[in-house]
Design a protein around this ligand. Structure first.
Ligand code: MGD
Ligand code: MGD
Ligand code: MO
Length: 694
């Protein structure tokens, strides 16, 4: 085939990752034949990650769902029979109408970030369920604790420009593993290292990133909040402060100083499991280096004190004035920079004004929501862009909820996931190459557009299309329910006000990407101007105060640790964390041979001393268990984890893991201190050889 016969289509990587790459798809005779990172997009820089470089294997996988099906086996068994789209849509509309006649809040939409696209992720779906008057979903499963801790302090999900970090002198990589989960951001951190920056990684295990840093500090999981308090204590006691910045741009310094007076490194050391001198040295180094940068990530918000941990860390750059520098400050997420018009996309005004109070369900605790009587009890659930049976905590409860015979379950998916096995109606979804979208992101400052490159595979349909068809069958006649994907994409970003994108939707689609219309260099808080109620960095938070929470930084211990819960730790002494695997994106890719082979099966990293104490040798199959459940994994005996901590890279499909479970069989469904998030990395277990089972 000659080059003249092919075309290049601009696309966006849809996955839940801070890098949101711009891509170019080569299409020949209706088939995508090549896909690469856009060379002209500065952040993508012509490169894709190990997963998405092989995205065509996902698009053309023989595992793709090709037509609608209905369940013929038991719930969870995964046996289905082909039906037509007409039969599928009629079945759903008939059920929804009957339930809505009693109370539409008994219907629950369930979605997360299978695609981060604004069109396929939060437009027609929301409009449809708003018009129906269904229960509203609190989308808390990833970042709600940390996002609230950050917002209470800094005001919005805004921080350092990840492309401006090269001049930093000290970089703390805190609760994140950018080599695996933010590889394009890592490029810029490495550039800073080449120019002489010292990189410190704070992570309970020696991650792929920690290996490449100058210093690795391994705190006990869930104790970062104490580490940050102790750092503040040292900064204040040693007067390593920017008094001018504090006076002009912060709120509540005197109260903060009073609060942290007792939080010395000696206080923190036994909580964190690091020597007091190490903590003091870190604080002094941080206080003396300028510009200093903290690249934190959501790894540290998945524990009982996760919201406060992020909040405590977010106070640090205001104490030292690191925000004055383009390369300094801190970065958790850039999403708050994007002028996304959520109201126009989602149209909450379509919600019926019939006197019924809208009801909210927290997605993280879907097991409880399905099982425990609530008025009205959930009678139907419609799942898209998510795989809750595998990703939600305490999965035995989740599976019990989904197994309810009286629950009508619709799943719209590309693949027959663990969740799909519980569907009554299973619908085939399009991949990113088969539909239109536009994307903001949480890891850089560019919007990215996605034009359809190929026709939908077999009978697959985009999310938006299914909701338009359902709206018609429900007899809804609001024009907003029939907007095309082009119209939805055009509504995604505000184009007229001060914080507008700066390009038209047409120009964005044509070029494929656009940098936000922000000052260059972008130094968001050099002159204060924090988007908090006071306009200052709030050591004393008016937001938390109004919520009835502690308005000052505080120590919120983990729910499950030897120090905070010795009774539980006597039975389950090991702290399990289950961070992202390099070859997976949550559970996406975990069904495809290349990526499963790349991971080589579920693993448990365990310290040699912990292994020896249990008679465990490298390579043996282990049973990891607690009162909530158990899963199996193969032992990797390694000193990359500290004693007392075990690590199982995740998230595996349950039905492909050998024992029908994954790590979420043991994770807890207790909530975080704020934001109602899950505490995946706050989980005590015991480990035995699988063959030692009684
Ligand atoms: N390859 C790959 N990339 C991904 C994902 C994936 O599954 N695979 N997931 C994506 C998603 S959904 C998200 S939200 C983002 C970000 O997701 P994050 O969860 O922030 O993931 P990571 O950046 O991989 O970093 C998590 C790191 O935090 C460490 N950690 C665990 N507990 C603690 C703790 O208590 N304290 C500290 N200091 N560290 C702790 C873990 O060991 C791990 O190395 O990544 C995205 N990118
Ligand atoms: N133990 C443990 N559990 C975790 C985590 C962890 O670190 N450890 N991480 C947590 C985090 S950070 C997150 S964000 C959640 C992620 O949880 P989810 O957002 O549920 O992520 P995925 O498992 O990738 O499932 C997304 C599904 O959406 C489907 N999909 C993709 N595109 C489309 C589309 O256009 N239409 C439709 N209908 N479907 C589509 C994909 O095929 C995939 O099966 O998991 C959480 N669970
Ligand atoms: Mo996430």
């Amino acid at each position: 085939m000659s080059v003249a016969d092919s075309t290049i289509v601009r696309a966006a990587c849809p996955h839940d990752c801070p890098d949101t790459c711009a891509m170019e798809v080569t299409v020949a005779e209706g088939r995508a034949v090549k896909l690469r990172g856009a060379a002209d997009m500065p952040f993508t820089n012509g490169a894709l990650c190990t997963k998405v470089a092989h995205y065509l294997e996902r698009v053309y996988s023989d595992q793709r769902l090709r037509f609608p099906m209905k369940r013929v086996g038991r719930k969870g068994e995964g046996r289905f029979e082909r039906i037509s789209w007409d039969e599928a849509l009629d079945t759903i509309a008939t059920k929804f109408r009957a339930i809505a006649a009693d109370d539409p809040r008994a219907i629950l939409p369930y979605s997360y970030a299978g695609t981060m696209g604004l069109v396929q992720g939060e437009s027609m779906d929301r409009r449809f369920f708003h018009r129906l008057g269904a229960s509203l979903l609190d989308r808390t499963i990833c970042a709600s604790a940390g996002a609230l801790g950050w917002k209470a302090t800094v005001g919005a999900s805004i921080g350092t420009d990840p492309e401006a970090v090269a001049d930093a002198k000290l970089i703390l990589i805190w609760g994140g593993n950018p080599v695996v989960s933010n590889v394009h951001g890592w490029r810029h951190l490495q550039e800073a290292k080449r120019r002489g920056a010292k990189l410190v990684c704070i992570d309970p295990r020696r991650s792929e990133t920690a290996e490449k840093c100058d210093l690795h500090l391994a705190p006990w999981p869930g104790t970062d909040g104490a580490l940050a308090l102790a750092m503040m204590q040292v900064l204040i006691a040693d007067d390593l402060l920017d008094h001018d910045y504090i006076a002009r741009h912060t709120l509540g310094f005197a109260q903060l100083a009073e609060r942290v007076r007792e939080c010395t490194p000696e206080w923190a050391a036994p909580l964190i499991g690091l020597p007091a001198d190490t903590i003091r040295d870190l604080a002094r180094e941080y206080g003396r280096a300028q510009p200093s940068l903290i690249r934190l990530n959501y790894g540290l918000n998945r524990c009982a004190g996760g919201g406060m941990a992020v909040r405590n860390i977010a106070c640090l750059p205001a104490l030292t004035g690191a925000w004055r520098h383009a390369a300094g400050g801190a970065l958790l997420s850039t999403s708050g920079n994007f002028p996304i018009d959520h109201h126009a996309l989602q149209r909450p005004d379509l919600y019926p004004k019939d006197g019924r109070a809208p009801r909210r369900i927290n997605m993280a605790f879907i097991g409880e929501a399905l099982l425990e009587a609530q008025a009205p009890r959930i009678r139907a659930i419609y799942i898209y862009n998510s795989n809750p049976v595998a990703v939600a905590p305490d999965s035995n409860r989740v599976k019990a909820g989904f197994a309810r015979e009286d629950l009508f379950c619709v799943v719209h998916e590309l693949f027959q996931t663990d969740t799909a096995d519980y569907a009554d109606i299973l619908l085939p979804a399009t991949s990113q190459l088969e539909h239109r979208d536009v994307h903001g992101t949480y890891g850089h400052l560019y919007a990215v557009a996605n034009s359809p490159a190929i026709a939908p595979l077999a009978e697959a349909k985009p999310n938006t299309e299914v909701f338009r068809l359902l709206a018609e069958r429900m007899g809804f006649d609001d024009a907003a329910l029939f907007d095309s994907d082009e119209q939805l994409a055009a509504a995604a970003f505000r184009v007229s006000d001060r914080r507008a994108l700066g390009v038209t939707p047409q120009a964005l689609a044509q070029r494929g990407w656009a940098r936000l219309n922000l000052p260059q260099p972008f130094v968001p808080f050099a002159e204060g101007s924090f988007p908090t109620p006071s306009g200052r960095c709030e050591f004393h938070s008016s937001l938390l105060d109004a919520m009835g929470l502690d308005p000052l930084p505080a120590w919120h211990p983990p729910a499950e640790s030897p120090v905070s819960n010795p009774v539980l730790a006597a039975r389950y002494p090991l702290a399990l964390i289950t961070p992202p695997a390099r070859n997976f994106l949550n559970t996406s890719f975990a069904n495809l041979p290349r990526f499963r082979d790349g991971e080589g099966g579920p693993k448990l990293h365990i310290h040699p001393a912990d292994a020896a104490a249990r008679g465990v040798a490298d390579g043996q199959r282990l049973r990891i268990h607690n009162d909530r459940g158990e899963f199996h994994a193969q032992a990797v005996v390694t000193d990359s984890v500290r004693r007392g901590v075990v690590v199982s890279p995740s998230v595996w499909w349950q039905k492909l893991s050998g024992d029908g479970n994954n790590a979420n069989a043991v994770t807890s469904s207790a909530p975080t201190d704020m934001g109602g998030g899950p505490i995946f990395y706050d989980c005590l277990v015991e480990v035995v050889r699988a063959d030692a089972r009684a």
